[in-house]
Design a protein around this ligand. Structure first.
Ligand code: TXD
Length: 312
């Protein structure tokens, strides 16, 4: 398997390291900053002898090195800087995501694309449109991260193992994401039976603001260990055809009552990419939250199309 990671910043480099440690394949790490991806790849290779892994990570600044990749993870993008509006960030990152997806189309036409760059669901749409790939081969990583955060908070509140907690978070990756306590369990027991409603509400709010909490602490960037681990899990499910059932940002054509939008829904990921979207029953309140979240993504897609001069 050849796996390329576009963007060798915090998330990209950490993802490459995790993929290498799990020996998932030949890895290419690409960035526009000269020498940086090569430097990080060399550093990882030098960790190999003591940490006991054959790195197999190649750093590069050239897109020709991603040729014939089986999987491409797109993490390239700009962080929001002071004075930059959300719209500035959207158009800048859309340009970067479109360039990356265009290169993938040209050089690795059979690849599966996993998008990580924010705003996630809109960037996944951009990558899907630009690549022209079928919908099962382009999806976004966010729900795995949002649900692993929820799992951690639940495990911490109950003082139980994180291994026994499972959680489901739907919707777009943002403040309007939809954590689903009814589908969140500890060894099969719904948390609604284990925690008071008030505590669950607090955990849901903390999950929604999970990214902001880390940014507030780090001050100079955003989270990357849990995001990288989440992206790596998705790659692993493709490589080993594991058919993991996880939330991912997928193109919807009527599922959950949503059309022509990317949003986080439960999917099964295997060697071919998204093998199936799993529709679960939602109550009226959950449906309304998902609608709101999908509408936010739709607005972002419209903004991108307008900024791209209707050519997108
Ligand atoms: O859940 C999720 N999907 C997310 C998303 C969780 C965490 C981070 N999330 C987003 O991923 C974040 O908002 C950013 O949009 C991306 C990457 O985050 P990261 O923390 O890795 O940002 P960095 O450290 O700034 O790295 C970005 C790299 C940096 O090295 C740039 O030089 C590079 O992207 N970059 C490019 N690489 C290739 N090609 C182009 N054009 C390019 N532009 C910038």
């Amino acid at each position: 398997m050849k796996i390329s990671v576009i963007g060798a910043g915090n998330v990209g480099a950490t993802t490459a390291l995790m993929l290498a440690q799990q020996r998932l394949g030949e890895i290419v790490l690409l960035d526009i900053v000269e020498g940086m991806p090569e430097g990080k790849a060399l550093d990882m290779a030098e960790a190999g002898p003591v940490a006991r892994f054959e790195s197999g990570v190649r750093g590069t600044g050239k897109y020709e090195d991603i040729a014939e990749s089986d999987i491409v993870v797109i993490t390239a993008g700009l962080p929001r800087k002071p004075g930059m509006t959300r719209m500035d960030l959207l158009t800048k990152n859309a340009g970067i995501a479109a360039t990356a997806a265009g290169e993938v189309k040209k050089r690795a036409p059979k690849a599966i694309i996993v998008v990580v760059t924010n705003p996630l669901d809109v960037m996944t749409y951009v990558a899907w449109k630009t690549s022209g790939f079928p919908k099962h081969r382009v999806f976004g990583m966010a729900g795995v991260l949002d649900s692993t955060r929820f799992r951690y908070f639940v495990a911490d509140a109950l003082n139980v193992s994180v291994e026994d907690t499972q959680a489901m978070v739907l919707g777009g990756h943002g403040d309007t994401m939809v954590p689903l306590p009814r589908y969140t369990t500890v060894s099969g027991i719904p948390i609604t039976q284990l925690l008071p409603a008030e505590t669950i509400d607090q955990l849901v709010t903390r999950t929604r603001k999970g990214g902001t909490e880390i940014v507030g602490l780090l001050k100079t960037g955003s989270a990357y260990y849990a995001p990288a681990a989440s992206a790596a899990i998705m790659v692993e499910s493709i490589v080993f055809d594991k058919k993991r059932l996880v939330p991912a940002s997928a193109y919807l054509e009527g599922e959950f009552g949503q059309k022509d939008v990317f949003a986080g829904v439960p999917v099964i990921i295997g060697r071919k990419g998204i093998e199936r979207i799993v529709e679960v029953e939602l109550n009226d309140e959950e449906k309304a939250m998902l609608q709101k979240s999908a509408d936010d993504v739709r607005q972002g897609i419209t903004d991108w199309k307008q900024a791209a001069g209707g050519g997108a």
